[in-house]
Design a protein around this ligand. Structure first.
Ligand code: SAM
Length: 183
């Protein structure tokens, strides 16, 4: 894992595609929003109402201070139940911090938070596997299901897969999924 800094790189293309599928002024949920930069900050410039959730209170405090136009909540993806639906969802580089079972369960939660027609953009690892690495001296957990399982989970929760690129060379080798909840 590297710190990519605060500038958007190859993510921009995917964010633009996500944004194009959300009605103007729509509500977008950013799951595992981190520091809010560069993604949350970019989304806020696009006439979207952004709600970001992250498990790290320090990161949410940072978002509240730097991006007051957004709504920033300390919450856990594993128990997320906001009781409302959004017109778009993004989980960029956050799913793989969850265990495999929690990732499977998350897809039901994503559906519970998605309006009909809402796009969903997320990244995963390129293939099934669990790895324990290190980031700035702290243990860092990475887990991914097999691509076929993500496809099946999307389908089971009523999301149509619009695009999927494994290890996108134009986007830092991210494995990217763009789906849309059936209308
Ligand atoms: C690699 S960062 C990505 C941040 C941001 N989405 C981005 O792309 O810049 C992963 C984020 O997921 C958050 N995270 C990890 N596990 C989580 C959980 N169970 N619930 C909520 N957030 C979690 C971490 O705190 C961290 O901010």
């Amino acid at each position: 894992v590297t710190d990519r800094g605060e500038r958007l790189g190859g993510e921009r293309h995917w964010l633009d595609r996500l944004i194009a599928l959300i009605p103007e002024g729509g509500a977008l949920l950013d799951l595992g929003c981190g520091s809010g930069a560069p993604i949350g900050r970019h989304l806020l410039t696009q006439r979207l109402r952004v709600t970001g959730i992250d498990a790290a209170p320090s990161l949410i405090a940072h978002c509240r201070k730097r991006l007051p136009a957004g709504t920033w909540l300390v919450d856990d993806l594993r128990s997320l139940a906001l009781g409302r639906r959004f017109q778009g969802l993004i989980a960029w580089d956050s799913l793989f911090h969850l265990g495999l079972r929690d990732q499977r369960r998350l897809f039901g939660r994503l559906a519970d938070h998605a309006d009909p027609g809402a796009p969903l953009l997320f990244t995963t690892g390129p293939k099934r596997g669990v790895a324990l690495g290190a980031y700035r001296g702290a243990p860092l957990y990475h887990a991914s299901l097999a691509p076929a399982e993500y496809r099946a989970l999307l389908q089971a929760q009523g999301f149509e897969l619009l695009d999927h690129v494994v290890a996108d060379p134009a986007c830092g080798e991210h494995t990217i999924w763009l789906a849309q909840r059936s209308g």
